[in-house]
Design a protein around this ligand. Structure first.
Ligand SMILES: [Fe+2]
Ligand SMILES: [Fe+2]
Length: 169
């Protein structure tokens, strides 16, 4: 339960908006799916909190941004364990279907979820809020994947150095 960590430090206004979503066991179950260098839930919280802060500054619909962003990757499976070559283009629709089945969403929230993979996945954004969440998701994801790559590189370098050390006596 990585996310409990982060949740204590959340801005109270933001926490009140997303509390009804975080109260749902299926949303919390995202904390059991690895995603980049963290879990699907901690990734979604990172996207949601950052996009919410920007939306407030830009006077966009920050509540819908917070909620839609928290559910943008609500596909509820480990994409590395499921044989699904369509995951990059299909998971936004799966996330939307899962979210619709559990919550009452407004059109902005639905659009945020289903368009977040543009341009890899269709459709194109219908709202500025959707473009914002999609951009923040790409920014956060790039950072997370870079951390993962750096960790892998460090592990590889350590292996090479220790093997070399052993070989050289
Ligand atoms: Fe996604
Ligand atoms: Fe994402």
């Amino acid at each position: 339960m990585e996310y409990k960590h982060g949740i204590d430090g959340l801005d109270p206004e933001y926490a009140a908006i997303v509390a009804p979503l975080l109260d749902h066991s299926d949303v919390r179950s995202m904390d059991g799916f690895r995603h980049h260098d963290r879990t699907a839930l901690t990734h979604s919280l990172a996207v949601s909190t950052k996009a919410y802060a920007v939306a407030k500054r830009l006077r966009l619909d920050a509540v819908s941004v917070a909620r839609g962003a928290l559910l943008h990757d609500f596909f509820l499976y480990d994409w590395r364990e499921v044989e699904n070559s369509h995951h990059p283009t299909a998971h936004a629709r799966v996330a939307l279907a899962n979210a619709r089945a559990r919550f009452s969403l407004n059109p902005v929230e639905e659009d945020i979820i289903v368009t977040h993979m543009w341009p890899i996945g269709k459709p194109f954004y219908s709202y500025r809020e959707s473009a914002l969440v999609s951009l923040v998701d790409k920014y956060v994801s790039t950072k997370e994947v870079t951390v993962l790559f750096a960790r892998g590189l460090a592990a590889f370098a350590w292996l090479v150095v220790s093997r070399l050390g052993a070989a050289l006596g």
